[in-house]
Design a protein around this ligand. Sequence first.
Ligand SMILES: [Zn+2]
Length: 282
Amino acid sequence: MTASKDSIHRAMTNDGAFRVVTVRATDTVAGVLQAQDASGETARHLGDLVTGAVLIRETMSPALRVQGILKQRKGNGYLLGDSHPSGSTRGLVGGAHSEFEMNDALLRVVRTLQDGRIQQGVVAVPDGGDVSKGLMTYMQESEQITTMIVVGTLFDDGKLAAVGGYLVQLLPGADRAPLMIMTERLEDFCNVDKFLLQPDFSPQSLTEELLWGMPYTELESSSFHYKCWCSRTSMMGALSSLNRSEIQSMVDDGEVLEIACDYCRRDYRVTPAELTGLLDEN
Ligand SMILES: [Zn+2]
């Protein structure tokens, strides 16, 4: 794995009106798309979704795992972006084998709490919308926070060129005047493509552009990267949740079981003896 230059950057305007979070996610998304062998519009939506999951985790709950899941209402196709508090990030193209169709999609955002419980919200992606619109709808409906989110995954001749985005949040108690100025300002930032393509693009440079002329304070930055956190232990844990008769029939087959991780395609081999061990534990 090559080193990731991806990072996320936070800032706040000095009048306390806005929080701004900017992100570069090119290396992470490159890893995800390669592992999933994704291309075309599916790859673009998946890149946006992975970036969105990182943005939401870093903004709303940095200590929790956050998953963003886009699901087609009809059919069984789905895309998943998975952001771990350690900075490890992965993604998945699931279900259908055809290109992911954004029309009529649902966006689910899932947070895993420290005790293993989950919190989730589901919204419909607006007609003609993309991941950015879905994320904004989620923030408005489920979190009730006025938020502008724009993410972008750019390709050049079919090859991934740049991925990034930003989030601007109106903080509680802010006046209407700064909101009007910001709303007008953000009309120029509905799309981040031209910023992503600048050769010196960084989360810091995007913050500078977004907050041009507004006094602000830079807060902490953090880095993240493509990495799957599957393990032999977690895979055996998943196997042990099958019922006894299913495990018994695999033992009876007498063959080495080969299981690939859906996220990173790493292969795990389980011997009949190990499967018998699972029966003993139950
Ligand atoms: Zn894995």
